[in-house]
Design a binder for this molecule. Structure first.
Ligand SMILES: CC(C)(COP(=O)(O)OP(=O)(O)OC[C@H]1O[C@@H](n2cnc3c(N)ncnc32)[C@H](O)[C@@H]1OP(=O)(O)O)[C@@H](O)C(=O)NCCC(=O)NCCS
Length: 186
């Protein structure tokens, strides 16, 4: 079992979103997302305060593609042609065919099921095309929107890790979720 077919990055189209490679033209859109306090409330780092951080993120993402180490795709809202979020498979473990899922959506687009649509497509791709056996997610226990999104996809809460993160001097716990193909809800 080998998951190298996650790369090159796929282009995945659903009814309302296009999952696609992130490029330098996405700089301002990415900055808007990752500098927003609502998006970063439960994130593993503080909100961006300069556009250079978004620039570095793009470089980091592109290195991830080149080295086949992590896959962060842009979520483009087809109707507005706007980059509204990202969906990521990281901590890719080739030998065990597993990865961790991450996601962020601009708050103007919350509550419409767009992330559900994007993650459904990415997970389908990961299980069917890239042969992943398992996908994991690590969330802050108060992040109810994220927990709901995971449960809706079929993830199960599998564990609780106290004092797992320190962000800006604040210690927080993690709830760990996992999904295997058989439990995936289309
Ligand atoms: C986590 C996050 C992506 C969830 O966004 P979201 O818009 O609530 O997620 P979804 O796309 O799954 O949408 C679900 C909501 O849309 C509604 N919805 C409307 N149409 C829908 C459809 N066709 N399909 C599914 N849901 C639909 C659902 O009822 C649900 O609303 P509810 O939460 O009030 O029940 C968003 O809150 C976010 O970006 N948070 C900040 C970043 C973050 O914390 N990421 C996770 C870190 S691990």
């Amino acid at each position: 079992m080998h998951i190298a077919s996650l790369f090159p990055p796929p282009v995945i189209r659903t009814e309302r979103v296009l999952l696609r490679q992130i490029e330098f033209k996405d700089l301002n859109a990415l900055y808007e997302i990752f500098s927003d306090e609502r998006v970063m409330e439960y994130w593993s780092s503080v909100p961006y305060t300069s556009i250079e951080q978004a620039d570095q993120l793009i470089s980091h993402i592109q290195t991830g593609y080149e080295e086949e180490s992590f896959l962060q795709l842009g979520i483009e809202h087809i109707e507005s042609k706007r980059l509204v979020g990202t969906a990521t498979l990281h901590a890719i473990q080739q030998q065990c065919s597993r990865a961790e899922l991450g996601y962020a959506l601009h708050p103007a687009f919350w509550g419409q099921g767009l992330m559900h649509e994007a993650l459904t497509a990415l997970i389908r791709y990961a299980f069917d095309q890239a042969n992943l056996l398992r996908i994991e997610a690590d969330i802050e226990p108060n992040n109810t929107a994220s927990a709901k999104a995971l449960v809706r996809l079929g993830f199960e809460k599998e564990g609780y890790f106290p004092s797992r993160w320190v962000v800006n001097g604040v210690v927080s716990d993690s709830e760990m979720y996992g999904l295997v193909n058989a439990n995936f809800k289309l």
